[in-house]
Design a protein around this ligand. Structure first.
Ligand code: XMP
Ligand code: MG
Length: 179
């Protein structure tokens, strides 16, 4: 979507936080680190839908070795506040046993989503789990979660863009915007 210096979505006004160019460089750097860490192991990237689909699609193309990708749909979030328990709505169809997993998340806010999802994955005895999140809000942390690679630590303010939405809108913004 075309960029300006201010975007109105529903009732909220957003200003730029991260540009398309800086995101591209940061994602490439993470892809390089993941390559160093997992090349030759045919990792299975697991993208948490919907928000992480943009990050995951850029990230796997910076991973310089064979890999597979799967998607999982979890539900825990409505409007601009984290709420409710995490439920797996659409699962993975492959065995995770003895696989090297890379969990790809758009944003870790309270940590609830990742915390519960990691428990679910560990029960299936993968060879390893590496966690990657594009954004993290350290101030909001409530659940203990292992995050191995973080794109950016940001303030506890609502953001949209690069896959993240505000009630359905904003996912197609190339950069990240904040209220
Ligand atoms: P928890 O609290 O489980 O939250 O760590 C993670 C999920 O909450 C959503 N989330 C956001 N979505 N802008 C968004 O568009 C935000 O600022 C934001 N904060 C949290 C997101 O779906 C993520 O997977
Ligand atoms: Mg959302």
């Amino acid at each position: 979507m075309h960029q300006t210096d201010k975007i109105q979505i529903h009732d909220l006004s957003f200003v730029p936080l991260l540009s398309e160019d800086e995101i591209r460089e940061r994602v490439a750097a993470i892809g390089q680190e993941l390559t160093n860490h997992l090349a030759g192991k045919n990792p299975l990237f697991i993208s948490i839908l919907s928000g992480a689909f943009v990050f995951a699609s850029d990230l796997i193309r910076t991973f310089d070795s064979h890999c597979e990708i799967g998607f999982v749909k979890l539900k825990s979030y409505q409007g601009t506040r984290s709420s409710g328990d995490v439920q797996t709505v659409m699962g993975l169809d492959k065995s995770l046993k003895d696989r090297h997993l890379v969990v790809v998340e758009d944003i870790v806010d309270t940590g609830r989503t990742l915390h519960f999802f990691l428990e679910h994955l560990r029960a299936q005895e993968p060879a390893s789990i590496t966690t990657v999140t594009f954004l993290r809000k350290p101030e909001a942390a409530q659940f203990p979660v292992q995050v191995d690679f973080v794109g950016y630590d940001i303030n506890d303010r609502f953001v949209v863009g690069y896959g993240l939405d505000y009630d359905g809108l904003g996912r197609n913004l190339a950069g990240v915007w904040t209220v």
